[in-house]
Design a protein. Structure first.
Lengths: 171, 395
């Protein structure tokens, strides 16, 4: 999975995990049902957008607030393949790695991206191309230290195979 | 990688952790004495699904022989419980499947929130990877002047640093204004560090922390502090004596304004409680204002002490009687109202003044409802008047 293309859903700064999935749905273990309520209050048009889009591009501090991993689980369930943001809240970022969801940091600003643009993410070159606008932007390289977890598809398969941690090198 | 001293799970994030733990193929937990299981989010359960999740947690607790399990009615909100049981102590690395695990920093512990899968990894291995964070230093001079409270101070800090201002940083709180503060107040400060997206918040521990833990456990703790020559990425200075009663205006936690500028806003509900402000000192501050007064007929007031220990002490001191006499309802210790789960969910267009920590869109209920965050005293003053009210304007 070194290249990914798709149209984007654009969100501003400080999208929180209550926005992604309101707490009233957390007292259920039926994740398909829970996923049906993703962005329900924050963006009532979200479901419609999913018909032809699979990448979120957001501003600063994406996924702030609650630690609920449900926020990442539901994004994966509804078919989101990657989230690109200027910055991520710490727990959301870790949850994304652990669930195998690509959480990529965009150096600088998300301004050159508009809702509905088509983009191409090139992980090897740490770059994202806005195909609609014919512009190329640098991504922050994903921490190599964490690649083994992402390559396994998340922390559950990673630990299932090893039964312990083998992460090495600088973060 | 670091060795974890304590792991906390509650009934919302816990079942996902248990299932991930089993999927990973672990059998025994790394240390059954170091896992804290608390029911606190929807207590007592308001629906079958919540009851089922608690049931799943109970059977895991039994099967793995976990010793620190707190059943409904015998605990309280996890972060408060871990403080009052002497678990949150200086130098401890505490990991919790809840973002407000940073509350432990009020007693000098390093408390961090994680997701359920990482909690599962800790259950199995006792270890987790960490990035060493850069540190912001918040230096507070002078003392707070009542009715201004630690909540008003932390709202001022959040207004200054901003809701995305401390991503992945640790925040250290120190100075005369902090040393003068009780443990209750320090827990409030550390608790809200996550609202600036910080990794954790730590209050420099002193003799008050040592005696708090000694009184509760008989244990002597080492007061670990930053080195004399420690480097801080940034230092922020505040004068506690200048802090006024403040309110965070929805939907931004960092849109902080003096309560006096908002006194024309009518409210439907007042909530006093949560891991932020459900402690004894908070209940006392509200009771002082509510004594011999009534909650406005247009307002319902909900009070939920943060733990059973606080509940009983508030009962002994007559605080609960003051609340009920004033027309408030006293509920079980629970996170329910703060996140719109139970015991005080808001309907369309309703406005709540709340002593909690988040004023996100729809946080306490319907997407068109609004949450204004304030101190316990401001919550009580507003409940009496039926509008947002600076407690200094109540007579």
């Amino acid at each position: 999975m070194n290249e990914l293309t798709g149209r984007i859903i654009k969100y501003p700064d400080n999208v929180n995990t209550d926005d992604i999935i309101p707490a009233r749905y957390l007292s259920s273990m039926d994740m398909d049902m829970v996923a049906g309520h993703a962005f329900e209050d924050y963006d009532p048009g979200f479901k419609e957008k999913l018909r032809d889009r699979c990448i979120i591009v957001a501003g600063k501090n994406f996924g702030c607030g609650s630690s609920r991993e449900h926020a990442v689980i539901v994004l994966k369930k509804v078919g989101i393949k990657a989230v690109i943001a200027e910055s991520f809240a710490r727990i959301f970022f870790r949850n994304s790695i652990n669930q195998g969801l690509l959480a990529l940091q965009l150096d600088g600003s998300s301004e050159p991206f508009e809702d509905g643009d088509s983009i191409r993410i090139d992980l090897d070159r740490a770059a994202v191309e806005n195909e609609t606008k014919s512009t190329i932007h640098r991504l922050k390289p994903f921490p190599r230290f964490l690649m083994p977890i992402l390559n396994e598809g998340g922390l559950v398969p990673y630990l299932k195979r090893r039964r312990g941690w083998e992460l090495q090198g600088p973060l | 990688m670091a060795e974890v001293d304590l792991l906390m799970l509650h009934e919302i994030t816990g079942p996902l952790a248990i299932r991930a733990f089993e999927e990973m193929g672990f059998e025994g937990v790394w240390d059954p004495y170091k896992v804290v299981v608390v029911f606190d989010h929807n207590v007592p359960p308001s629906d079958i699904s919540s009851a089922s999740m608690m049931r799943e947690m109970r059977s895991f607790v039994r099967a793995k022989g976990l010793t620190n399990f707190f059943e409904i009615g015998r605990g309280g909100i996890a972060h408060q419980l871990m403080a009052e049981r002497g678990m949150s102590a200086p130098g401890r690395l505490i990991v919790g499947a809840d973002s407000h695990t940073c509350t432990a920093g009020g007693l000098g512990a390093f408390g961090v929130g994680v997701g359920s899968t990482e909690a599962a990894a800790v259950l199995g291995t006792g270890k987790l990877w960490f990035r060493v964070p850069e540190t912001f230093r918040v230096v507070v001079s002078n003392r707070l002047i009542e009715p201004s409270s630690p909540k008003d101070l932390i709202l001022e800090v959040i207004g200054e640093i901003g809701m995305e201002g401390a991503i992945y940083k640790a925040i250290e709180y120190c100075g005369e204004g902090i040393r003068a503060m009780s443990v209750d107040g320090r827990l409030t400060l550390a608790n809200m560090s996550i609202e600036m997206s910080a990794k954790t918040g730590i209050v420099e521990p002193d003799e008050k922390v040592a005696s708090y833990i000694r009184d509760r456990t008989g244990m002597e703790v080492e007061l670990l502090r930053s080195d004399e020559d420690a480097e801080f990425e940034e230092t922020f200075e505040f004068d506690a004596s200048k802090i006024e009663p403040l309110v965070a205006v929805p939907p931004r936690i960092d849109d902080v304004r003096p309560a006096r500028e908002l006194e024309d806003i009518e409210i439907d509900q007042a909530f006093l409680g949560s891991c932020t402000n459900g402690r004894l000192e908070d209940l006392r501050a509200a009771a002082r204002l509510l004594k011999s007064k009534k909650v406005s007929p247009r307002v319902r007031m909900v009070v939920a002490p943060a733990s059973m220990e606080i509940y009983r002490e508030a009962m002994r001191e007559g605080l609960l009687d003051i609340f009920v006499e004033a027309g408030a309802i006293v509920c079980a210790p629970s996170c329910g109202p703060c996140l719109g789960m139970s015991q005080g969910v808001l309907g369309p267009e309703e406005i709540c003044v709340s002593s909690t920590n988040r004023n996100f869109v729809g946080r306490m209920g319907h997407r068109s409802s609004k949450v204004y965050l304030a101190s316990p005293a401001t919550v009580a003053a507003s409940a009496i008047v039926g509008k947002i009210m600076d407690p200094r304007d109540i007579r």
